[in-house]
Write a protein that binds this ligand. Structure first.
Ligand code: ATP
Length: 322
């Protein structure tokens, strides 16, 4: 079983927001919808949720045709970037809300809420109001609230987008661990490639309303189907006419069977990394090449601006002819 999206098209006026989307979202896995702003990720998520109706195509959730089902009947849980909590209710009551409107027995609700508070590590904050929580804690409460109704699918639209980099990183590690515990089928919208690579079992790269590639993080990183996917998943540079990742370039002070020779025109240290710009002597490909190496490697080679060096793709490096 899974979520099947077949031949989905969505227009806003004459603007095609989604074009012929075909996708299987495997049950129990975490799938990331990754792509640049305006690419159509949120629209696709909203079509799965039933918040947006596709102009054509079909959505099947766990074997049931959901295309015409209203959002309330799809049994989906949501978390958005800016989570709208009930400000006057405690964290506990916020989490209980979905169960209360479903008129579940009080004792069952109380037990479920305690279980969820523990799952999202908020037990000691249960009696607080949402405004008394940090941004990261609020998003964890949102996840608990979405999970309370035991959704068939959990839909997350940039759930950590409004938080600072450190908290985002913590929450993404936490989300991965949470998912390993509860195994609910999860679709996660992000424009952050690192977030998708770290968290997802499957990544769907979406650009301009179309799917560019579907695969595991390793598939996409090691075998990008297009120049777009290669460059979206990390920095790229051009070496001898091919696109390649800066850390996949081997640099030497001595002439070898090399793709290009040139001189170092810039040397920058960023944390553990040294980034070099090498300007080739190649009349055909004169644009500067970006090379990344560890500080230890850079120190061993004793490189300086102005030095002449030789560059070639490292063994096993991925490149796309473009
Ligand atoms: N209700 C709407 N009416 C008109 N155009 C819309 C509507 N919703 C989305 N769009 C357009 O559809 C395109 C896709 O939007 P969508 O929000 O799905 O992109 P996204 O990939 O999620 O981007 P972001 O990361 O910025 O949220 C955009 O060009 C957007 O302007």
């Amino acid at each position: 079983m899974s979520i099947e999206i077949e031949g989905v098209n969505k227009f806003f006026g004459d603007f095609a927001a989604l074009t012929d989307i075909n996708l299987t979202i495997p049950t129990g896995q975490l799938t990331a919808l990754l792509g640049p702003s305006g690419g159509g990720k949120s629209t696709l998520l909203r079509v799965i949720a039933g918040l947006e109706e596709a102009d054509s195509g079909r959505v099947t959730i766990e074997g049931n045709d959901a295309t015409a089902l209203p959002v309330q009947k799809r049994n989906v849980g949501f978390v958005f970037q800016h989570y709208a909590a009930f400000k006057h209710l405690s964290v506990r009551r916020n989490i209980a809300f979905g169960l209360e409107i479903r008129k579940r027995p009080k004792a069952e609700i109380a037990a479920k809420v305690e279980e969820l508070l523990e799952l999202v590590h908020l037990t000691q904050w249960g009696d607080r109001k949402p405004a008394q929580l940090s941004g990261g804690q609020r998003q964890r409460m949102a996840l608990a609230r979405a999970l309370a109704i035991e959704p068939t699918v959990l839909l997350l639209d940039e759930p950590f987008g409004a938080l600072d980099a450190k908290v985002r990183k913590e929450l993404r590690d936490w989300l991965r661990r949470l998912h390993d515990e509860v195994h609910v089928t999860t679709v996660f919208v992000t424009h952050d490639q690192e977030e998708a690579l770290e968290v997802a079992d499957q990544i769907v790269v979406i650009n301009d309303g179309k799917i560019e590639q579907i695969g595991s993080p390793d598939d996409l990183y090691d075998r990008p189907a297009s120049e777009f996917v290669l460059s979206f998943l990390g920095p790229v540079t051009r070496l001898g006419g091919n696109l390649i990742r800066p850390h996949d370039i081997e640099i030497s002070r001595y002439e070898q069977a090399a793709t290009a020779s040139g001189s170092i025109t810039r040397w920058t240290r960023v944390g553990f990394e040294v980034r070099l710009e090498v300007t080739p002597e190649d009349a055909l490909h004169p644009e500067p090449v970006q090379v990344a190496l560890t500080r230890t490697e850079a120190r061993a080679l004793d490189l300086h601006v102005g030095d002449r060096v030789w560059l070639r793709p490292a063994v096993g490096a991925q490149s796309v002819n473009a």
